[in-house]
Design a protein around this ligand. Structure first.
Ligand SMILES: [Zn+2]
Length: 251
């Protein structure tokens, strides 16, 4: 018995060595990203982030969690990104890291269906992400929080960036309007949240839009727009590359 066991152990060791040799360079697929849309300016001790590709198990988890309401994008990034707290990420960086994660896991080509707004045909589209998604970085002097002056009321408003964990407050329309006070630090120095909330209700549309634009800073990050030309009806339009969990639905 001891003879058989010894032989097994020996062959096992040889097998392990062979496996290690086979995968020597294989498990080191992570990349280090130092350039973020925010330049990492608003994270503590930022020194770049490391992104590792998704595993098959991760992919299965995404496919199985469709539609159950959890923030799967954050979960994915928590598993694959080191060097920054995911819940503190700015939206611009979150989308950028999601794109890098996709590239690392599936390659640069992205195939997706898009519905033509003119003839409503579903068109299979294929784009090389690295050529289409340009990153727009913040200026060096951008602060968080930062002061703006409302165009109508002329009041000084201190606003701050929403973090990943707060994205649920900014889903658009009335919901965003109801919650925008959370991202206002002060109005003319007054920090009372009730005062701020009451003041928002009385603001001119132009002032509200100024605050929302400043809080979300949509001009930074990656620009998902591409030029769409419908092969069915020749309609042309600038459209957005769908960048969400569908990113990871390669079958
Ligand atoms: Zn069309």
């Amino acid at each position: 018995m001891s003879e058989i066991k010894r032989i097994k152990e020996e062959s096992g060791e040889a097998r392990n060595k062979a496996l290690e040799a086979l995968f020597a360079d294989y498990d080191n697929n992570s990349v280090t990203v130092t350039e973020l849309p925010s330049k990492g300016k608003f994270y503590k001790n930022f020194q770049g982030v490391e992104v590792s590709p998704l595993t098959f198990t991760d992919e299965q988890r995404i496919l199985n969690s469709r539609g159950d309401g959890e923030d799967i994008v954050s979960k994915l990034l928590e598993k694959t990104v080191r060097g920054v707290e995911i819940e503190d990420l700015l939206s611009m960086d979150k989308m950028y890291l999601l794109m890098r994660l996709r590239e690392l896991s599936y390659g640069d080509m992205y195939e997706f269906n898009i519905t033509c707004n003119s003839c409503t045909t579903d068109i299979k589209t294929s784009l090389k992400l690295s050529e289409h998604l340009n990153m727009n970085q913040v200026e060096d002097d951008l602060m968080d929080p930062r002061e703006i002056v409302l165009p109508k009321l002329k009041a000084k408003v201190l606003v701050r960036f929403p973090r990943s964990k707060e994205e649920k407050f900014l889903t658009g329309g009335e919901h965003t309007l109801k919650n925008i006070f959370r991202f206002i630090v002060s109005i003319n120095g007054n920090q009372d949240p009730v005062f701020i909330n009451q003041a928002i209700k009385r603001l001119h549309l132009m002032d509200i839009k100024t605050i929302i634009n400043e809080v979300t800073k949509g001009e930074y990050g990656i620009d998902p727009r591409f030029y769409f030309e419908c092969p069915e009806c020749s309609h042309t339009e600038t459209m957005a590359i769908p960048m969400d969990v569908g990113f990871f639905s390669v079958s």
